[in-house]
Design a protein around this ligand. Structure first.
Ligand code: SF4
Length: 108
């Protein structure tokens, strides 16, 4: 089996994985992105144009904005440092700029 250090996006996790990786317990909210994983990670079988990617990421950010798991997702993303995708409403580059922010989505 080939193992990867690439972090699993919440959209592709099972609820058991969410609870284990986020060290949450029985009240863990189900990530909203599990209903359409490609929205947050991009299509696997096609190549997007720049405009298509921007539009997809905009919708993904909207989904994140109301996701009950956003805070846990953001903390996890800051730990695993993803290289792609939208995590808690942010790209990896945006996450890198939030090093000092304890909880994403909370205005400072
Ligand atoms: S905040 Fe966004 S990326 Fe994170 S679990 Fe929720 S929908 Fe998925």
């Amino acid at each position: 089996m080939v193992r990867s250090n690439v972090p699993i996006h919440p959209s592709r996790m099972s609820l058991d994985q969410v609870e284990a990786l986020w060290q949450a317990d029985g009240d863990t909210p189900l990530p909203e992105c599990t209903y359409d994983p490609d929205l947050h990670t991009g299509p696997r079988a096609t190549i997007e144009t720049t405009a298509e990617r921007a539009a997809r990421e905009s919708v993904a950010r909207d989904v994140c904005s109301t996701c009950p798991a956003r805070a846990l997702c953001g903390l996890y993303a800051l730990t695993v440092r993803p290289a792609s995708g939208i995590w808690a409403g942010h790209t990896p580059a945006e996450l890198a700029a939030y090093d000092a922010m304890p909880v994403l989505g909370v205005a400072s």
